[in-house]
Design a protein around this ligand. Structure first.
Ligand code: FEO
Length: 391
């Protein structure tokens, strides 16, 4: 695939990671892309690098447009390795290039790489740099989702180079949202928000507000993962959904997450689900034996109710349940009503560990429910009554 012009002398020179199946624990069945953009102007500028192992592909794409000796700036919007892993190689090819980043970005580059001799232009929100005919404006978005995270706006073309923001782990044979089913891309954007940005909802709301304060008139959002949102309709759709996801408002649904060894906890989960169904509340059920944690988290954006079930193993949480709790707690969804349930053989009480996580997250909870060995009909009736009360 050649470099692709996305708008007025702004070229996509990124790479597609078709074989990526997981991204630090996040399942990525559609692969991913590490998008990078080459802005052709008096001062030629590259925005973002790629993962180190895909460096040669990006370099070939850049070389199809310019000689590296002509590169004036490299904008580092974010130092996580999927965007800066090959920055040292790029700097070897273009030692004259000046890196544009923010203070936290410079610190992070110096903490990761041997940066001796690198030149910097340090920017902050509201700063701009002229490339000749085009102007870059910068908006730092700290903790969305690293301290160094930043977005770059090309003023004359109304293009926001948003790095992780508005991205999707989605590799396909195009680079534009308009060329693929919108619902599919939006679902991947939602998965991305749930698994990467969920803990930083307030920072996302702040970034949206800052973009408004800066008067950014956005006609294209070109993230560093997945497809590019072009045109007011697509841009509004993703901005509106980000505002919704960051707001913590949910769709009133229920999500049940559980695991099971001999079927007891599965029976409890089935009973919990039937009560929600009978109450007319949309409910989804995920068994951790067959689902990756990241496939489940997206449902937390829509959920008002969370019910987690555990089969006791050696007087502990079942390992997959414990792993899910750790992953979920890190992502820290807010404003949930939560119920814990589980089964045990000879010693009760482990389900309280789930309850503790709920309490640490500040969720509204009720007394957990535990059952010894296989639940009979009278126990399932008790559970039904408890869940009705919980709802
Ligand atoms: Fe796509 Fe935070 O890196």
């Amino acid at each position: 695939m050649n470099a692709v012009e996305v708008k007025n002398n702004i070229f996509w020179v990124g790479v597609k990671d078709w074989n990526l199946v997981e991204f630090h624990g996040y399942s990525t069945p559609h692969g991913s892309t590490y998008n990078s953009y080459l802005i052709m102007d008096d001062k030629i500028t590259l925005v973002d690098g790629v993962k180190e192992y895909m460096s040669s592909e990006q370099i070939a794409r850049i070389k199809s447009k310019i000689d590296f000796s002509k590169l004036h700036y490299i904008v580092v919007n974010h130092v996580e390795m999927d965007h800066s892993g090959n920055i040292p190689e790029l700097m070897k090819l273009a030692p004259q290039a000046k890196i544009i980043t923010n203070t936290a970005g410079k610190m992070a580059l110096e903490a990761h790489f041997d940066t001796a001799g690198w030149q910097y232009e340090i920017v902050k929100t509201g700063d701009s740099v002229s490339l000749g005919h085009k102007t870059l404006e910068f908006m730092t978005t700290p903790m969305l989702h690293w301290p160094d995270s930043m977005m770059t706006y090309v003023k004359e073309d109304k293009v926001l180079l948003s790095n992780d923001g508005f991205g999707q782990h989605y590799a396909c044979d195009t680079i534009f949202v308009k060329d693929v089913p919108m619902a599919l891309v939006m679902q991947e954007a939602k998965n991305y928000f749930a698994n990467i940005l969920f803990p930083y909802c307030s920072q996302a709301e702040k970034a949206l507000a800052t973009a408004g304060d800066l008067g950014l008139d956005i006609e294209m959002i070109a993230p560093s993962h997945g497809c590019i949102w072009s045109g007011k309709e697509e841009v509004s759709a993703i901005l509106n959904n980000y505002a919704l996801w960051a707001s913590g408002k949910n769709a009133g649904k229920a999500v049940i997450v559980y695991d099971s060894m001999w079927g007891a906890t599965a029976k409890l989960a089935e009973t919990v689900m039937s009560v929600f169904q009978d109450a007319g509340i949309p409910v989804v059920k995920h068994c951790l034996a067959v689902k990756n944690v990241s496939e489940i988290m997206v449902d937390f954006l829509d959920a008002k109710y969370v019910c987690i079930g555990n089969p006791t193993l050696n007087n502990q949480l079942f390992p997959r349940v414990a792993g899910f709790l750790a992953y979920m707690q890190g992502l820290a969804p807010k404003n949930k009503k939560a119920f814990a349930f589980g089964s045990y053989g000879w010693k009760a009480g482990v389900v309280k560990k789930i309850q503790n996580v709920y309490e640490e997250l500040g969720w509204e909870t009720v007394e957990p429910f535990e059952e010894k060995y296989t639940p009979k009909s009278d126990i399932l009736e008790k559970l039904e009554a408890r869940v009705k009360e919980f709802i």
